[in-house]
Design a protein around this ligand. Structure first.
Ligand code: OMP
Length: 234
């Protein structure tokens, strides 16, 4: 199992509440993720606040634009010193290659660059409405092939596709899996879900977990329970 596989997704509209939660968490037990909502509200200052608390940060902005624009956006993310950032694989090969090239000048300090395949909130029926008439796993595989060709570090996918992707692309290709739900917790808007121990067992490297922790009555207890469920599995 990867060192520190749990990435807590912070989707808060209130910075004080987010920092209160962060101050309860242990950077030895998890990494953190902020996305479009928090970065739009609180910007690079929040990134600094999180780094000052010694957490690795996944800046999840899912860039998807023309290659030049995405390359500059990814470079700006790298300048913030984040641990991981991402683009949409559907932006295409040239866009992903431009993003990867933009990180060359950052050397060993460059963040991990990951591409989102098919969002975990999407089902086969949702894909059909977009004119994509193949099961989600086939489209994920197609986008992961492009990502691998562009030499990115890995993909965001659902844990349901992890086994297939690990066996196709090998151990070094990182699999970042949201849509993680401990047994008995509410799926919410997620469709392609799996429990934390199952996700690790099928090859996920990082588990992105939001509401099951942040909306729990006791978030620290929820994180600790998930952490322990993974330790006992090893
Ligand atoms: O890139 C992501 O992190 C992501 C990709 C994806 O396919 N599905 C997905 O849910 N996410 C993010 O993962 C987090 C999941 O949060 P919860 O559903 O609350 O556990 C959210 O912050 C989403 O933005």
């Amino acid at each position: 199992m990867t060192d520190k596989p749990i990435v807590v997704a912070l989707d808060y509209d209130n910075k004080a509440d987010a920092l209160t939660l962060i101050d309860k968490l242990d950077p030895a037990m998890c990494r953190l993720k902020i996305g479009k909502e928090m970065f739009t509200l609180f910007g690079p200052t929040l990134v600094k606040d999180i780094h000052n608390r010694n957490f690795d940060l996944f800046l999840d902005l899912k860039f998807h634009d023309i290659p030049n624009t995405v390359a500059k956006a990814v470079s700006a993310a790298a300048d913030l010193g984040v641990w991981m950032t991402n683009v949409h694989a559907s932006g295409g090969l040239a866009m992903m290659q431009a993003a990867k090239n933009a990180l060359k000048s950052h050397g060993k300090d460059a963040p991990l660059l990951i591409a989102v395949t098919v969002l975990t909130s999407m089902s086969d029926e949702d894909l059909a409405l977009l004119g994509i008439n193949v099961p989600a796993f086939e489209h994920v595989l197609r986008l992961a092939k492009l990502t691998h060709q562009a030499e990115l570090d890995g993909v965001v996918c659902s844990a349901q596709e992890a086994k297939l992707l690990k066996s196709t692309f090998g151990e070094d290709f990182k699999l970042v899996t949201p849509g993680i739900r401990p047994a008995g917790s509410d799926a919410g808007d997620q469709h392609r879900i799996m429990t934390p121990p199952q996700a690790i067992a099928v090859g996920s490297d990082y588990l992105v977990i939001g509401r099951p922790i942040t909306k729990a009555v006791d978030p620290l207890a929820a994180l600790t329970a998930i952490h322990q469920s993974l330790q006992t599995q090893v």
